[in-house]
Design a protein around this ligand. Structure first.
Ligand SMILES: [Mg+2]
Ligand SMILES: [Zn+2]
Ligand SMILES: [Zn+2]
Length: 276
């Protein structure tokens, strides 16, 4: 089996419930990070779906990360029946699903060169069964992610759903995303205010903020000297000099002359002229 490297930042995309928009949030997060020179892989350990669906979650995630869909969710974990994966497996007469196997498949399925960010999307809500012997929360325990993104709805029922889910996630660094948040809807605004003031949570309500908060937790390097950004005393690169080190990984950049000037390119992170 090819070598697999744990992503530098492992992020689980969990939901307070099914149909809150986990896949949409994960896909937009992946796109937003990739637009900022961050390498992203996404995994869906198991997916059940309606055969009528035009696109499965794995298709949507694969389109967002540019990976083959079978890398996102291995073919033997596709269950074409809209029930929780272990129930779908039973209904289809397939093998039982064991959490240890799902964990091993995720662990062994990353690219050989560690991506900056790995996203793992659960199925259903955090206490929805994922296998015959465990649920989403058990998978989180097994993966020990650096961050859990808890996707919730913004309307009626949000407080109950978020309070219950965050209680389960107390031991894990968690950020709450109120998906489909509408600033013009009073209930949405009041839900947000309640969570901030009464629950001491700091929910995010748009994808740009989520991308920003993930970026904030990633290391960056000085493009002049390659040191961690906080360790650079400054004055390491004459003005107008092209960047020499990748701000994402500190690898030495290949600098080439192009008609419009110079282009600095990292083998893993691509051209970095858009670096801001
Ligand atoms: Mg989904
Ligand atoms: Zn420097
Ligand atoms: Zn790089």
């Amino acid at each position: 089996m090819a070598r697999s490297s744990r992503p530098h930042r492992l992020i689980v995309i969990a939901g307070t419930d099914t149909d809150v928009g986990k896949t949409w949030v994960a896909a937009r997060l992946a796109e937003g990070l990739r637009a900022r020179n961050v390498t992203v892989s996404a995994r869906k350990p198991a997916q059940s779906f309606d055969q009528e669906d035009a696109l499965t979650d794995a298709d949507v995630l694969a389109a967002a990360t540019g990976e083959p869909v079978d890398d996102v969710c291995p073919p033997h974990r596709w269950y074409p029946t809209p029930m929780a994966p272990p129930m779908a497996a039973d209904a289809l007469g397939r093998e039982p699903i064991f959490l240890g196997e799902l964990l091993a498949e995720v662990r062994d399925g990353w690219p050989g060169r560690a991506p900056d960010v790995g996203l793992v999307e659960l199925a259903g809500g955090i206490r929805s069964p994922l296998g015959h012997d465990g649920d989403g929360l058990d998978l989180i325990l097994g993966l020990a992610p650096d961050l859990v993104v808890l996707v919730a709805d913004a309307g009626l029922g949000t407080l109950n759903a978020v309070r219950q889910a965050t209680e389960q996630l107390l031991d894990h660094p968690t950020v709450v995303v109120l998906n489909r948040f509408d600033h013009d809807t009073e209930l949405h605004r009041r839900n947000l205010q309640w969570l901030v003031e009464r629950e001491a949570l700091d929910p995010l309500v748009d994808i740009d903020s989520l991308v920003g908060s993930v970026l904030d937790q990633m290391p960056t390097y000085c493009t002049g000297c390659g040191r961690p950004a906080g360790d650079c005393p400054g004055g390491c690169s004459p003005e107008l000099d092209p960047p020499r080190y990748c701000p994402r990984c500190s690898r030495r950049l290949a600098v080439t002359i192009v008609p419009t000037g110079v282009q600095a390119r990292c083998r893993d992170h691509g051209p970095i002229e858009d670096w801001a």
